[in-house]
Write a protein that binds this ligand. Structure first.
Ligand code: SF4
Length: 258
């Protein structure tokens, strides 16, 4: 799963930009990341979505794709966890190419340890950062066996203790393997949350919490996939396809092309 890349410009990513100011000598500079908003910037803030609009948007996503699926191939919660760890800064297609053969021989932590780090490295060498990722796959397999009876734990806090797994990984695993109503924010969800005005935020966590707040529970199981797929295939970073967008009448992005 692609990670948020800071090289995407604020304008392209749809993240509200803060006008640059030259600070006067002696003037108080707000801490990094805490921008003081001018009255003008405040007035440009998109109008928040009403509950009825959010309901309408997700009803349309559901109608178009009632059972959205993630694109990372896996066989069980363990292989899903490994696939998500391998997907940091890599495409799902690239990860799938490598894991098809890997998971055919190692679909449990025990089999992964038996295979050993060197062979894991061989299987995943087409994926970026593969040396470090192979280390993490072995280390997380050891930890699963030592502390969790060989099973992927069911809480975010526990998953986050595994080598290579952060909040986003935990949210994906909890959602896809255990049906929890979590919202994993990758680069696509971050962009869509900001551009549409559904959940503006400067960090993935802000967007995650914003989305959790506005999306009705009945949509939360699939919301993560709807938003990822929307960002991946419609609300593209460089050239969003607003003309075919299901929610183009609701979207708040001032630069939408319809
Ligand atoms: S109209 Fe749709 S595709 Fe265009 S920016 Fe808004 S959400 Fe993205």
């Amino acid at each position: 799963m692609a990670k948020i890349t800071r090289s995407i410009s604020a304008k392209k990513s749809g993240v509200p930009s803060v006008p640059k100011k030259v600070a006067k000598k002696g003037a108080k500079v707000p801490p990094k990341g805490v921008a003081k908003k001018s009255a003008k910037a405040k007035s440009l803030k998109p109008k928040p979505w009403t509950s009825a609009e959010v309901y309408e948007a997700f009803s349309r996503f559901r109608k178009a794709n009632p059972e959205p699926k993630g694109e990372l191939e896996h066989l069980n919660p363990y292989t899903l966890l490994v696939a998500v760890v391998l997907s940091a800064q890599a495409t799902d297609a690239g990860v799938n190419k490598a894991t098809r053969a890997l998971f055919a021989v190692a679909d449990t932590p025990e089999k992964m340890l038996e295979l050993g780090e060197e062979k894991v490295r061989e299987y995943i060498k087409t994926i970026g950062l593969y040396r470090n990722k192979a280390k993490n796959v072995i280390a997380l397999s050891e930890k699963l066996i030592a502390e969790f009876g060989g099973e992927v734990p069911r809480t975010r806090a526990e998953i986050e203790t595994l080598p290579g797994a952060g909040r986003k990984t935990a949210n994906v695993v909890l959602n896809m393997a255990y049906g929890e109503h979590t919202m994993a924010v990758d680069t696509h969800v971050f962009r869509v949350g900001n551009r549409t005005g559904l959940a503006p935020g400067n960090t993935p966590l802000e967007v995650e919490l914003g989305l959790e707040k506005v999306i009705p529970p009945e949509f939360m199981l699939h919301a993560h996939h709807w938003l990822i797929l929307h960002g991946r295939y419609t609300c593209l970073a460089r050239k969003p396809r607003c003309e075919v967008c299901l929610i183009n009448d609701l979207c708040r992005w001032p630069e939408k092309t319809v």
